[in-house]
Design a protein around this ligand. Structure first.
Ligand SMILES: Cc1cc2nc3c(=O)[nH]c(=O)nc-3n(C[C@H](O)[C@H](O)[C@H](O)COP(=O)(O)O)c2cc1C
Ligand code: SF4
Ligand code: SF4
Length: 267
C-alpha cells in the first residue's frame, strides 16, 4: 500500500507528527511519502494529480488555528479538489491535526471541504503538542515529552487502522463548545495578522531567514523596508525563527527571556 501525506506546519509540530506517522507506515513494510505545501515546495498541478492517483490513501496534515483549518491548507484543499475532479471511486483519506490547547472542528470541516471529490475521510487524529503563539510561559519540556509520547501512540494506532482498513475518527469532541467560540473570533484576526507584523531594524541582521522561509511568500524587502502582505497565514514561523528575535507584533519586540520563541518539538 502507498500512503501520501500533504502537510503544512508553521513551526514544526505537524511536520514532526507526519514524520512519525510516515516512519510507522514504512516500518510495517508499506510505502509512505510526505509533501510540504509551502510555497517553496512548488508542487505543480501534474505532481498533485500524480500523487493522488498513485496513492492508495491520501493524508492531509495541519495545525488547528482558531478551532479550524488554516487558510493555507483550506486553499490547498480547494486546489486539490479542483484538480482531481470527482474520483471514479472513493479513496481513503486521513487527517492529522496538531493543536496546543483546544481541539476542535478538524474532521467536520475536512468532510465539508472534500465533499464530492471522492476523497473520503476514514481516519482522523488530533494531537496535542505545544502552543506556538506568543506566550509568557516557559516551554514545559516534561509536558511536551509526555504529549509527544501520547502522540506517537496515537499515530501508531492511526497507521495500524489504515493498514487494516479500519475507520478511526479520534481527537475532537469535548472542547467543541470552546472551539466554537474561538472560531468566531480568530479567522478575522488571522486575516489581518500581517498588518500587525514588522521588523525591528536595530535587531535585524538582514539574514533573510524570514523571507526565505515564509510558507506563503508574504514577506518582501522593498528598498530597506520589510513588507508583510495579506497572503500571510499567521503561522508564527517568522516570529519564532528569526535568529535575533527582530520580528515585531504591534510594533513591539517581545522580550525573548519572557517570551521564549517556540521552535518545534525537537528544537
Ligand atoms: C494563528 C494560530 C491560531 C491557533 N489557534 C489554535 C486553536 O484554536 N486551538 C489550539 O489548540 N491551538 C491553536 N493554535 C496552536 C497550534 O495549533 C499548535 O501550536 C500547532 O501544533 C502548531 O503546529 P505547527 O508547529 O505544525 O505549526 C494556534 C496557532 C496559531 C499560529
Ligand atoms: S529573520 Fe530576523 S534578522 Fe533575519 S532578515 Fe528577517 S527579521 Fe531580519
Ligand atoms: S509572514 Fe510570518 S506569520 Fe505570516 S505566513 Fe509568513 S512566516 Fe507565517
Amino acid at each position: 500500500m502507498n500512503y501520501s501525506t500533504f502537510y503544512f506546519s508553521g513551526t514544526g509540530n505537524t511536520r514532526w507528527a507526519v514524520a512519525e506517522f510516515t516512519k510507522r507506515i514504512q516500518e510495517q513494510g508499506h510505502q509512505a511519502a510526505q509533501f510540504s505545501i509551502d510555497i517553496g515546495s512548488q508542487l505543480s498541478d501534474e505532481q498533485i494529480r500524480a500523487i493522488v492517483a498513485d496513492a492508495d490513501a491520501i493524508g492531509f496534515a495541519n495545525p488547528i488555528y482558531g478551532g479550524d483549518i488554516p487558510p493555507l491548507m483550506r486553499a490547498f484543499l480547494s486546489r486539490v479538489v479542483g484538480l482531481i475532479g470527482p474520483l471514479p471511486s472513493p479513496k481513503s483519506t486521513y487527517v492529522i491535526n496538531t493543536y496546543g490547547y483546544v481541539n476542535a472542528f478538524g474532521p467536520t470541516e475536512m468532510q465539508t471541504l472534500l465533499a464530492g471529490s471522492g476523497l473520503t475521510l476514514t481516519a482522523y487524529v488530533n494531537i496535542q503538542l505545544c502552543n506556538n503563539v506568543t506566550s509568557s510561559k516557559p516551554l514545559d519540556r516534561a509536558r511536551l515529552a509526555k504529549r509527544m509520547d501520547r502522540g506517537r501512540q496515537e499515530l501508531q494506532r492511526l497507521a495500524d487502522c489504515l493498514i487494516a482498513g479500519r475507520k478511526r475518527i479520534k481527537g475532537h469532541g469535548p472542547q467543541l463548545l470552546i472551539g466554537a467560540l474561538i472560531r468566531k473570533k480568530v479567522p478575522e484576526a488571522i486575516a489581518k495578522f500581517y498588518q500587525t507584523l514588522g521588523v525591528d531594524r536595530a535587531r535585524c541582521t538582514r539574514c533573510m531567514v524570514c523571507i526565505k522561509n515564509c510558507p506563503t511568500g508574504s514577506i518582501q524587502l522593498k528598498g530597506d523596508k520589510f513588507v508583510f502582505s495579506s497572503g500571510c497565514t499567521a503561522c508564527m514561523r517568522c516570529y519564532n525563527f528569526c535568529p535575533t528575535g527582530a520580528i515585531t507584533i504591534d510594533g513591539v519586540v517581545a522580550d525573548p527571556q519572557k517570551f521564549p520563541r517556540y521552535q518545534g518539538p525537537e528544537a
